[in-house]
Design a binder for this molecule. Structure first.
Ligand code: MEV
Length: 439
């Protein structure tokens, strides 16, 4: 393969031809494969193409639902886009389990988002901070053309301050701004305001008569939102009397189950290896809903993991308590989401997902997503401390293997019978199918 310039300028068909000729050695089957995933509706395909660059085709993902998720007394059927088998099944099982025990409770603690302009200025910190504070009204005024619309919708630029960061690096300061972006994720809005703040403040410093020489030169390194939004926080909880945890499928008393579950959650808060896996289980549920609703799962993940390490050690994001006969399992997680703008209205399936959820506002979606994460991790930890995770996983794994080996219905039944009590492996099943087919 050779480097190429001008690839992005080629048409989609030219790009495919180029790749097939130059990378896939002219294998036309690949061309057919790529084209077979194009949408039959050209207009829709061109919308999908334009979400990204150098698009060749679509990459399919299963889109499923978790019915029966009751949050604060309201029932939801939650859309989930995820490729990992058993996630939707486990979350759905958990939703049903808690439906029979009072459902999930959720509340939004706050919805504040953060942006920073990173500055270098080689003067006395107190002088710049005093100057900035005296110019806040002018800076707000400079941003008014950008903030006016957001203000009409009930949001806008909240607090504005200059932070002295010279303890981290010589001459380093930050304009620290907080925002309410209402139902929009608000990245473009925040970044536009920040860029305007940076430029305006630099100009004000340059024009200021009491600043001389090097003091005139305020350097703006960058202006960008922070994806760490600990004050855009949602809390999701399930709670019930311990005896209500009684479940004949788990093979232990509700007291023993609660104790083992609480210990497992405690371990996730003490041990970084377990914490990572535990949080992965939470994000199995969260990411699937984030993707289905057209939100940015990378931002949510990055923020969640930083929050998990906020006291200096990476910990599991949930807590579990057993107190006065009550079992409580809670997830607290920051989550900057949008239900208007961006992909939420452009991607037909994201739009459909929001309709399925009853067109929630951003706060309501935060609750739905957090409860989906809690449902998912409840199912995972429940399996881990009872039957073990492999029982459920292997059932789904078996289905994938059977699909891969293109087993007929009859073969599937025979394989299921044979492997009921045996260890499931790709090779074992392939060999058994071979035996059946040769027979
Ligand atoms: C697998 O995708 C997720 C789990 O590992 C989560 C957990 O261990 O809690 C099952």
């Amino acid at each position: 393969m050779k480097p190429i310039s001008g690839f992005s300028k080629m048409s989609k068909v030219e790009k495919i031809d180029y790749i097939v000729e130059n990378i896939l050695k002219g294998d036309n089957r690949s061309k057919e494969l790529i084209k077979s995933f194009w949408h039959s509706n050209d207009k829709l395909q061109s919308v999908l193409d334009d979400f990204s660059e150098n698009t060749l085709t679509n990459f399919y993902f299963p889109f499923g639902v978790m019915p029966n998720l009751m949050i604060n007394g309201q029932l939801y059927c939650v859309p989930m886009a995820i490729e990992e088998s058993s996630v939707v099944a486990a979350a759905s099982k958990s939703a049903k389990y808690w439906l029979e025990r009072g459902g999930f409770k959720a509340d939004v603690v706050d919805m504040k988002k953060i942006g920073q302009v990173h500055l270098y200025w080689p003067g006395k910190a107190s002088k710049l901070i005093e100057f900035f504070t005296s110019k806040i009204d002018i800076l707000r005024e400079a941003c008014a053309p950008i903030t006016a619309n957001m203000e009409k919708r009930g949001g806008g630029l909240l607090d504005l301050e200059l932070r002295d960061k010279t303890d981290l690096d010589e001459s380093y300061f930050q304009i620290w701004a907080s925002f309410n972006t209402v139902d929009a994720m608000g990245a473009n809005f925040i970044n536009s305001v920040l860029e305007r703040l940076g430029k305006s403040f630099r100009a004000l410093v340059f024009e200021e008569e009491s600043f001389t020489g090097y003091e005139k030169d305020l350097q703006v390194v960058m202006a960008i939102l922070s994806n760490y939004t600990p004050e855009c926080l949602v809390r999701a909880t399930v709670e019930c009397p311990i005896e209500m945890l009684e479940d004949k499928n788990v093979g232990m008393s509700p007291e023993e189950f609660a104790r083992k579950f609480e210990r497992a959650v405690r371990i996730s808060r003490m041990d970084v290896n377990r914490a990572t896996t535990h949080n992965k289980g939470i994000f199995n549920g969260i990411d699937a809903v984030i993707l289905a609703t057209g939100n940015d799962f990378r931002a949510i993940e990055a923020c969640g993991h930083t929050f998990a390490a906020r006291d200096g050690q990476y910990r599991g994001l949930t807590t579990c308590s057993i107190k006065d006969g009550m079992f409580n399992f809670t997830l607290e997680i920051p989550m900057a989401l949008g239900t208007v703008g961006g992909l939420t209205s452009l991607h037909p399936m994201a739009k459909f997902s929001l309709e399925l959820l009853g067109k929630p506002d951003a706060a309501e979606l935060m609750k739905i997503v957090a409860c989906s994460g809690l449902a998912q991790t409840f199912a995972a930890v429940r399996s881990l401390v009872t039957s073990g995770i492999q029982k459920g996983h292997m059932k789904m794994h078996l289905m994938n293997i059977l699909n891969h080996l293109e087993a007929s219905d009859d073969e599937r039944e025979k394989v299921r019978d044979k492997f009921e009590e045996e260890i499931i492996s790709f090779n074992g099943i392939r060999d058994y199918l071979q035996e059946l087919r040769n027979y």
